[in-house]
Design a binder for this molecule. Structure first.
Ligand SMILES: CC(C)(COP(=O)(O)OP(=O)(O)OC[C@H]1O[C@@H](n2cnc3c(N)ncnc32)[C@H](O)[C@@H]1OP(=O)(O)O)[C@@H](O)C(=O)NCCC(=O)NCCS
Length: 176
């Protein structure tokens, strides 16, 4: 399924396929503070951001992923990025980041809730993964609000060299 032209509207948000139109926003907002508990590290040059976007567009077109940019509905302010990896497999994975200035509004949770609903309607999955560092409390609220439960704990060194104590949440589809 080509996901590159899908758009999703929620109460406060507008989600659409990631594109190079927002490369400057992504480059500026994906900061060391934002990536503290994430696996990737910030791009040092805009070319790295462009590479990420091109890879994401290819994945969306091939139906391997559903990588979105997130905007505030109405003003269309750029807020961050989110998506589902490996949508063609039994255990796809949700991921999200919201720019620092927009934290505290529940936008991350709103975007992930919408993507989970999209997955329930469009994917045939066993469970959705949400991988999060134990100390990342705002992020843990997301899988917990979607009924996710911790199935595994492990350690991982992220690309910035920080050791993360990771929790693997599994979010199951609604019972039929
Ligand atoms: C994770 C993230 C997307 C959450 O964004 P959001 O849904 O917009 O989250 P908010 O800032 O509105 O906060 C969500 C919840 O966490 C709570 N929270 C915030 N800081 C907290 C803290 N230090 N300790 C405990 N809870 C906290 C909020 O009170 C809110 O809870 P509530 O909904 O029950 O009131 C955002 O924090 C982010 O982009 N972080 C950096 C990137 C990242 O870590 N991504 C996730 C990788 S797994």
């Amino acid at each position: 399924m080509d996901t590159s032209n899908i758009t999703i509207k929620t109460k406060n948000l507008y989600l659409k396929g990631v594109s190079s139109d927002y490369k400057h926003d992504i480059f500026r907002e994906f900061t060391p503070e934002i990536t503290t508990y994430m696996f990737p590290k910030p791009a040092e040059k805009i070319e790295e951001t462009v590479e990420f976007i091109e890879r994401s567009i290819k994945g969306n077109k091939k139906g391997n992923s559903f990588q979105m940019a997130i905007f505030r509905k109405g003003s269309m302010d750029f807020l961050g990025c989110g998506g589902i990896h490996r949508i063609n497999e039994k255990t796809p994975e949700l991921g999200v980041w919201i720019k620092k200035l927009a934290h505290g509004n529940g936008y991350g949770r709103e975007a992930m809730t919408a993507l989970k609903e999209w997955a329930d309607q469009n994917l045939d999955y066993e469970y959705i993964l949400y991988l999060v560092a134990e100390e990342n409390y705002p992020s843990r609220k997301i899988p917990e609000s979607l009924g996710g439960e911790v199935a595994r704990k492990y350690e991982k060194i992220n690309m910035s060299g920080k050791k993360l104590h990771m929790l693997e949440y599994r979010i199951y589809p609604p019972k039929k």
